[in-house]
Design a protein around this ligand. Structure first.
Ligand code: NAI
Ligand code: MG
Length: 363
């Protein structure tokens, strides 16, 4: 069997602290014969300090050659004044662009042990397991024209343009349907076809893609604003939600907060399957940033990073059994009362980053 090539980019702040826990897991899995081959590079502020770029060409090449990239976090006040083109975030944007990561997967899972601390009623949230699939490389964040025009009469005009072509909608819909097949076989597509032409096309293309290739999956359509409401009212009605870049940005943040702390939330970004091997380029990262306020103290919650690695096992290596076991271990450790500071509540056992990682590994 070919080696599984992982490229690690821990980044700045708590990125390296969280990544250290994943490295321990990889080492243990390799002892049991998992066959991961890892390499590590610099990204963000740490890369800028080393060579004046947010990511070097050599590291970009390694990212492109890897089966999967594991990304920590970038940024921090130390680099606030560096030039725009080489700011830490530029490293992540470059990776997303060059790897053509058009599908952003954000699960919202409610661990039973944390259901009681959600802002929603326990019955609404308990057992929640949904997946938002957001289009990441098109839509209003990238469409042209995109500018501010001086109208010359004391007024200015800000313009962003929502553009989607058939192939972009087809490929993101394909990802959503394929993922639904591995879950509860249900996709809800969200747009605003009532007021947006791109929404009309979105609806048409998702419907046609469904009919042509995925008619075994249940498909619903919902207007995105109503979808936002339903996400808060009764999120368990959903399995996979697919939407454009803008709606996905907002809806995935809403869904994420149904379930608690930033320190718990993983994500995956996938590219198109390779024509020869069928493998998708992929990058896995926690949703949180570099948390400069707690960096270097050994108290960051490593669960978002570890859960991102679980997504990597599932989606890049089809190691479904191992991914399930890792996710169950996280849940079990929470059941036993282990908590980092960000999810701490009365009567629980407060631990640091390494202790949380070790407890999950022991399970
Ligand atoms: P942040 O996510 O770094 O932190 C927000 C708050 O949540 C902080 O109080 C932090 O301590 C806490 N927090 C975040 N992750 C945690 C964890 N794993 N365990 C415990 N507590 C955690 O967002 P913020 O403060 O807005 O940004 C800080 C830096 O991170 C900025 O430079 C920002 O640009 C960058 N950033 C980078 C991202 C990335 O690398 N993908 C994403 C978001 C922000
Ligand atoms: Mg956002």
């Amino acid at each position: 069997m070919a080696a599984k090539k992982l490229f690690l980019l821990p980044g700045d702040g708590i990125g390296p602290e969280a990544m250290a826990e994943v490295k321990k897991l990889i080492a243990v899995m390799n002892k049991a014969g998992a066959g991961f081959e890892t390499d590590e590079g610099l990204v963000g502020g740490s890369a800028y300090d080393a060579h004046g770029q947010a990511i070097s060409e050599a590291d970009m090449e390694k990212a492109l050659a890897a089966d999967a990239v594991l990304f920590g976090a970038v940024g921090g006040p130390k680099w606030d004044a560096v030039p725009y083109e080489v700011r830490p975030e530029a490293g992540l944007l470059r990776l997303r662009k060059d790897l053509e990561l058009f599908a952003n997967l954000r699960p919202a899972i409610c661990y039973p042990a944390l259901a009681a601390s959600s802002s929603l009623k326990q019955e609404v949230i308990e057992g929640l397991d949904i997946l938002i699939v957001r289009e990441l490389t098109g839509g209003v964040y990238f469409g042209e024209p995109k500018q501010i025009i001086d109208l010359g009469n004391g007024q200015k005009r800000g313009i962003d343009t929502q553009v989607y072509d058939t192939f972009e909608i087809e490929r993101i819909a394909g990802v959503a349907f394929e993922l639904a097949r591995t879950r509860n076989n249900h996709v809800t597509s969200m747009e605003k076809r009532n007021v947006m032409k791109s929404g009309v096309l979105w609806n048409e293309v998702v419907t046609a893609t469904h009919k042509a290739k995925y008619s075994d999956v249940k498909l619903d359509h919902m207007l995105a604003d109503a979808g936002g409401m339903q996400l808060v009212r009764w999120p368990k009605q959903f399995d996979v939600i697919v939407c454009d870049n803008l709606f996905g940005d907002m809806l995935s943040d809403v869904a994420a907060m149904l379930t608690g702390s930033l320190g718990m939330l993983p994500s995956a970004s996938l590219g198109a399957p390779d024509a020869k091997t069928g493998k998708r380029k992929a990058l896995y990262e926690p949703v949180h940033g570099s948390a400069p306020d707690i960096a270097g103290k050994g108290i960051a919650n490593p669960i978002a990073m570890i859960a991102s690695f679980a997504m990597c096992l599932r989606y890049s290596f089809n190691m479904v059994v191992e991914a399930d076991r890792l996710e169950k271990a996280i849940s079990a450790v929470l059941d036993e009362g282990y908590r980092t500071g960000d999810i701490m509540s009365e009567g629980m056992k407060q631990v640091g980053t390494a202790e949380m990682g070790d407890a999950i590994m022991a399970k």
